[in-house]
Design a protein around this ligand. Structure first.
Ligand code: G
Ligand code: G
Ligand code: MN
Ligand code: NA
Length: 251
């Protein structure tokens, strides 16, 4: 069987699991939410990382049922924790463009009881690269549900800045390639990140820095007034029980 055949079966066999990476308020240190990241516990290959199967899921169309499962599982878990917590879910281009994502999200919110404003859908610039009326109406349809929308990996795509004013995004996630070089005293890198934070703020967006791996980066971002942060220094993505424990006890 090919990996694609296996993936088709994986959904039915409950081989997919979600890990959750905390999003931390830089001002208070509190966990405000999590990003759900899918993993595949393959019966013979072991843990298969998403980079190896999201592409296959997209090219086979399996991303649609897989994406629906991820949405439902992430929402179900957020509600099960029994306290207000934001849950961010990654949405790939194919999932955004195939079928009616807004209808799927509406159904998942209804069946899980997840409050719409606690769900955040993360999209990369490639989703917005096709700056068509159809894509705009898809975005508007999602916004109408009351969910939050995040621009993931900001700064790495080919896009112009024009879509920031065209698409109503709520969250700007600063790509970790920019965060990587912070705290080493390079003035240009600091200027770049500072400018992105100000840009986000100016457009009324929450800013989230990704990939924080040390204290120095954290301090620089806090000083710049970045709202939230994620990264191995704070916590790796962890299974649901560990995430629940972090939510109870704090970091
Ligand atoms: O989770 P890392 O832990 O390895 O994730 C690698 C890549 O896979 C990231 O770009 C991430 O956005 C993507 N990814 C992880 N989980 C999902 C998911 O549920 N759906 C989609 N579309 N992408 C995901
Ligand atoms: O593309 P997206 O931003 O959704 O993917 C997040 C990816 O970044 C996941 O693969 C996640 O495991 C990874 N990640 C999260 N924190 C860190 C970090 O501090 N360093 C590195 N190198 N990767 C991280
Ligand atoms: Mn993401
Ligand atoms: Na990202």
């Amino acid at each position: 069987l090919s990996l694609a055949d296996d993936l088709r079966l994986a959904l039915d066999r409950d081989e997919l699991v979600l890990h959750y990476q905390p999003t931390v308020d830089l001002a208070t240190g509190d966990i405000v939410g999590f990003e759900a990241l899918v993993r595949w516990q393959h019966p013979t290959r072991g843990m298969v990382p998403p980079l190896e199967f999201i592409g296959i899921a997209e090219s086979t169309g399996l991303i649609v049922p897989l994406g629906r499962w991820v949405l439902a599982e992430a929402c179900r878990q957020a509600v099960a924790w029994g306290r207000p917590v934001k849950m961010a879910v990654n949405v790939s281009v194919r999932q955004f463009e195939a079928g009616d994502l807004a209808a799927t999200v509406a159904a998942v919110l209804a069946e899980t009881g997840m409050p719409a404003d606690q769900l955040c859908l993360e999209m990369t610039e490639s989703v917005l690269l096709t700056d068509t009326d159809e894509n705009l109406s898809r975005i508007v349809g999602l916004k109408a549900l009351g969910v939050m929308l995040a621009m993931d990996d900001f700064g790495t795509g080919y896009s112009s800045l024009a879509y920031l004013r065209r698409f109503p995004m709520d969250v700007l996630k600063i790509d970790r390639s920019f965060v990587d070089r912070l705290g080493s005293g390079d003035a240009e890198d600091e200027t770049l990140v500072n400018t992105i934070i100000r840009l986000g703020r100016r457009f009324g967006m929450l800013t989230v820095a990704e990939g924080i791996e040390n204290e120095a980066q954290l301090a620089v971002l806090r000083g710049m007034g970045c709202d939230y942060a994620q990264g191995y220094f704070l916590s790796r993505p962890v299974p649901a029980p560990e995430a629940g424990a972090l939510l109870e006890a704090g970091l």
